[in-house]
Design a protein around this ligand. Structure first.
Ligand code: ZN
Length: 302
């Protein structure tokens, strides 16, 4: 049985949408809660200019804080958007660099001021540098299942970006449903085509719950052979550069669903729930996730 691997992105994709700046010490506490749950990969932030996303201004400091400790620890990932961010990430100990391009021309222009092919060339060059430095790299295709500005995105366009990644020797590939337009059959179709391209591809899904299809899409991805799931505690999140932003699939909802299906993730639900409750308190609003409010179903499966 395929063991799903959770990549927690709430500290980045979640917090970048929040108005209230979360203090460094609170972030440290939340990350410690997530580490305590046994989540294997945790994204600590993005290397974006603090003028554009003030919430991410302490990303370097968070990496220094958490990578300085010895012993067994999760993999810490960081989102890098440009060369300057890459230099910052190299300097502060990022384990896994996440880079990506949008498959939507409009989204790409809004996000990077570059058309897709130009953005792709730049990402490939950065990935090459990181590989030469011996760093782990994950590359993504954003808006892979539809775009809030353009509507449908052709599968062929997404797959051409995937093929460019594979040709460059980049096998850790994430498809992101930035707008939340994906449906389960579409998820199955696109991921199956990626997985068919080779045994050594490590496939990741990043699914937003804008229209309520997030968790169904996760199951479709799992059934298609996707092993890595990016999710956010409490269901926090949303891209600031999309038309309608909805949260990520909630980590605790996803772990709970897998557990009900008899699929073990190795993650302890309680510390994730406690972290989501504390975040809702601190951010002074309800989060979109379900299980942090209700707790898990207390009855065993029949
Ligand atoms: Zn996202």
């Amino acid at each position: 049985m395929l063991i799903p691997l959770i990549h927690e992105v709430g500290m980045r994709d979640g917090l970048q949408m929040e108005q209230k700046i979360v203090e460094f010490d609170h972030k440290v506490r939340w990350i410690e809660g997530l580490i305590g749950s046994g989540i294997p990969v945790i994204q600590l932030g993005s290397f974006v200019h603090p003028k554009y996303v003030p919430q991410m201004a302490d990303t370097d400091a968070l990496f220094r804080h958490f990578t300085a400790k010895g012993g067994k620890r999760p993999t810490f990932s960081g989102l890098v958007l440009n060369e300057k961010g890459m230099e910052r990430g190299l300097a502060c100990g990022v384990d896994l660099f996440c880079l990506g391009v949008s498959a939507s021309e409009t989204h790409s222009l809004k996000n990077t001021r570059m058309p897709v092919m130009e953005a792709l060339e730049r990402i490939l060059a950065m990935a090459r540098t990181l590989q030469q430095e011996g760093r782990k790299v994950q590359v993504s295709v954003q808006s892979a299942f539809g775009c809030g500005f353009e509507g449908p995105i052709a599968e062929a366009k997404v797959l051409s970006i995937v093929d460019a990644y594979l040709e460059a020797g980049l096998k850790n590939i994430s498809l992101a449903d930035t707008a939340g337009h994906a449906d389960p059959r579409q998820v199955a179709s696109l991921f199956s085509q990626v997985i068919r391209r080779g045994d050594s591809i490590e496939c990741t899904c990043h699914l937003h719950n804008t229209f309520g299809m997030g968790i169904a899409n996760c199951l479709a991805a799992y059934d298609s052979g996707v092993q890595v799931f990016e999710s956010a505690f409490g269901g926090l999140g949303g891209c600031p550069f999309t038309a309608v932003a909805g949260g990520n699939v909630a980590t605790e909802d996803l772990v709970h669903m897998f557990s009900r299906l008899g699929i073990e993730t190795g993650i302890d639900l309680d510390p994730v729930i406690a972290t989501s409750r504390e975040a809702a308190d601190q951010l002074e609003h309800d989060l979109p996730g379900c299980v942090y409010k209700t707790g898990p179903i207390s009855f065993q499966q029949a």
